[in-house]
Design a protein around this ligand. Structure first.
Ligand code: CAA
Length: 257
């Protein structure tokens, strides 16, 4: 069951995950969340993992939210469990030690936007639509949106989106810093290949250290975070990657990581 809900393809440690419920616009139901969680078991165990790219199946939707049909009859306690499981899964994705990039190929609403927010950065196709429409359903974002959205775009813009439930297009998402790049729909694939190529050219341990410095540092005061950066910078000099990377520069050749 879980296997085809998440399609996986890999290129030298760069794992591409496709959430695969296109008939429901890849809405996150319990089965899909469980499948993602099981996939994370695999990914967390992979020492050779270099990055994760995550997208939705079909041309219309990244993820159109948590599954409304499944949530409709939940009691408060059942809703707490459902959100708790999804939140834990999303957090595991966020905490992977490698870059996680959302390739937003269409609707990115509610829980879908919250999933994208847990990714390190996002590239959107020009047909993408973003929003937190939960208040229109009589609920609030439950997969981290009230916390990660203000951290990404600032509290005023987050409250605008969360309290009005309005949808925004890809260019507005770019303007407010919700996504990093917008590309024509047909070019999302070539951008994924470009990102893969760039990541493959870099020292994998250095990329992991960079993610750790940013993520762990954001939770600390500036002086502690800068001290963390210094420690991680110094640690890089204990690696073969540093010898190879700097050696290659001096010898005027490409590094072989
Ligand atoms: N949950 C369950 N099913 C969904 C869904 C969702 N979030 N979004 C879309 N679908 C289903 C539709 O019910 C429809 O199924 P059927 O063909 O069986 O009727 C199918 O996907 C296609 O959807 P539409 O026919 O509605 O497609 P459209 O192009 O006319 O509209 C849309 C697209 C604007 C995205 C619309 O589907 C929509 O508004 N979806 C709901 C978006 C939403 O409110 N998301 C937030 C959910 S709540 C949440 O996420 C809570 C949280 O924070 C955890």
């Amino acid at each position: 069951m879980s296997d085809n809900l998440i399609e996986k393809s890999e290129d030298a440690g760069i794992m591409r995950l496709t959430l695969n419920r296109p008939k429901a616009l890849n809405a996150l139901n319990s089965d899909l969340i469980k499948a993602l969680d099981e996939t994370l078991d695999e990914l967390e165990a992979r020492r050779d993992l270099r990055a994760v790219l995550i997208t939705g199946a079909g041309e219309k939707s990244f993820v159109a939210g948590a599954d409304i049909s499944e949530m409709r009859d939940k009691t408060p306690e059942e809703a707490r469990i459902f959100a708790g499981q999804a939140l834990a899964t999303v957090k595991r994705l966020e905490r992977l030690p490698v870059p996680v990039v959302a390739l937003v190929n269409g609707f990115c609403l509610g829980g879908g936007c919250e999933l994208a927010l847990a990714c390190d950065w996002a590239v959107a196709s020009d047909n993408a639509v973003f929003g937190q429409p939960e208040v229109g359903l009589g609920v609030i974002p439950g997969f981290g949106g009230t916390q990660r959205l203000p951290r990404r775009v600032g509290p005023a813009m987050a409250l605008d989106l969360i309290t009005t439930g309005r949808k925004i297009d890809a260019n507005e998402a770019l303007r407010i810093g919700l996504v990093n790049r917008v590309v024509p729909q047909g070019e999302l694939e070539s951008v994924a290949e470009e990102i893969t190529k760039q990541l493959k050219g870099n020292g994998p341990q250095a990329v992991r250290a960079a993610k750790q410095a940013v993520h762990d540092g954001m939770d600390q005061d500036l002086d502690s975070a800068l001290a963390l950066e210094t420690s991680l910078f110094a640690l890089c000099f204990a690696s073969e990657e540093q010898s190879e990377g700097m050696g290659a520069f001096v010898e005027k050749r490409k590094p072989n990581f």
